[in-house]
Design a protein around this ligand. Structure first.
Ligand SMILES: Nc1nc2c(ncn2[C@@H]2O[C@H](COP(=O)(O)OP(=O)(O)O)[C@@H](O)[C@H]2O)c(=O)[nH]1
Ligand SMILES: [Mg+2]
Length: 316
């Protein structure tokens, strides 16, 4: 299921063998898939142009699936402008969604076993950062990597405590220090990793949006420290968004995008009231690939995002 530790041949073999990732995405997105496929595309048939009433239905469905109003209107206008026939609607939407998701050639989480891999995890409080870090740490650890967690949410002792619990669950090491400066903690973590041969560092961070200015300054500081010490290490800056928050996540995302250069998105809580369309909305508006999907509160509830699986889960 989790492919970024394996080479491409192994990945393809595994994908064709059990398609487990597809299964998960299909389950998570079933509500979206049902509403899109059953209510809309399946009811619009025939060798005629998609008519005004049908366009309205499509627009409503796209908005319900959480594509956001702007994107929904854009898609509907395209159906009209390009004179799409009812019988072609499904194929048209597949192609359209696929193009929207084409924001980056790098679909998988960056990882190089022979280098130091640094994952800097940001997002608002409650989005699911610490949980995601626990899940990621577990995956990396199981694959034989030496993993160090960094308790960079130094504002609240409870946040460090929570990361410590995850470090025990995943059986990995943690660097924490109450009331420490998060940037200097990151600095020390990278030094420690090089000295003690850790090849994976995952850095937690604060997410108090109430104090936006300070938060952004703090994240920038951490980011600058990482960049200064990057050398040949791999850096992936992951923005964690709560999928159940729908379009609200987008404006938050912009704040973080401004502060640090986000290279991938993790969407959590897509197991609850799933509205997978947010993934399209994010790709369209932010041009950042979604690479990870949180599918529950457990340590194994993590899936890699795959564009093709996503499209298939919606339409097949
Ligand atoms: N259902 C569900 N809950 C999640 C998921 N990820 C995180 N949570 C829950 O969301 C809450 C906040 O998560 P936490 O990791 O503390 O968020 P943080 O403040 O960003 O570090 C916790 O109760 C988690 O158990 C997920 O993928 N699905
Ligand atoms: Mg946290």
């Amino acid at each position: 299921m989790f492919n970024f530790f394996k080479n491409k041949d192994e990945q393809n073999k595994e994908k064709s063998q059990n398609n487990s990732n597809f299964g998960i995405l299909k389950n998570i997105l079933s509500k979206t898939a049902n509403s899109l496929v059953n209510s809309v595309t399946n009811s619009i048939t025939g060798d005629k142009l998609v008519d005004e009433f049908e366009l309205e239905d499509i627009e409503t469905m796209l908005i319900k699936a959480d594509l956001g109003v702007d994107l929904a209107v854009e898609v509907v206008n395209k159906i009209k402008d390009e004179k799409v026939k009812s019988s072609q609607l499904k194929e048209f939407l597949k192609k359209e969604f696929s193009e929207i998701l084409d924001v980056d050639k790098e679909e998988d989480l960056k990882f190089d076993k022979n280098k130091l891999n640094i994952y800097f995890v940001v997002g608002v409080n409650g989005a699911g950062k610490t949980t995601l870090i626990g899940k990621l740490a577990n995956k990396f650890k199981k694959d034989g990597n030496k993993v160090l967690l960094v308790a960079g949410d130094t504002f609240r002792a409870a946040a460090e405590e929570q990361l410590e619990i995850w470090s025990k669950r995943a059986n990995v090491d943690i660097l924490r220090e109450d009331k420490a400066d998060s940037a200097s903690l990151a600095y020390r973590a990278i030094d420690l990793a090089r000295k003690e041969n850790y090849n994976v560092i995952i850095i937690d961070s604060a997410g108090r949006l109430q104090n936006k200015f300070n938060l952004i300054e703090e994240l920038k500081k951490i980011k600058n420290v990482i960049l200064r010490k990057l050398d040949d290490a791999i850096l992936e800056t992951i923005l964690v968004l709560d999928g159940s928050q729908g379009q609200n996540g987008l404006s938050q995302a912009l704040v973080f995008k401004e502060a640090v250069d986000i290279t991938s998105i993790a969407i959590t809580k897509l197991d609850g009231s799933s509205k997978g369309g947010i993934i399209l909305s994010i790709a369209k508006n932010l041009k950042i690939p979604t690479k990870l999907i949180g599918t529950g509160e457990g340590i194994d509830d993590l899936a890699e995002f795959s564009k093709n699986d996503f499209i298939n889960a919606i339409f097949d």
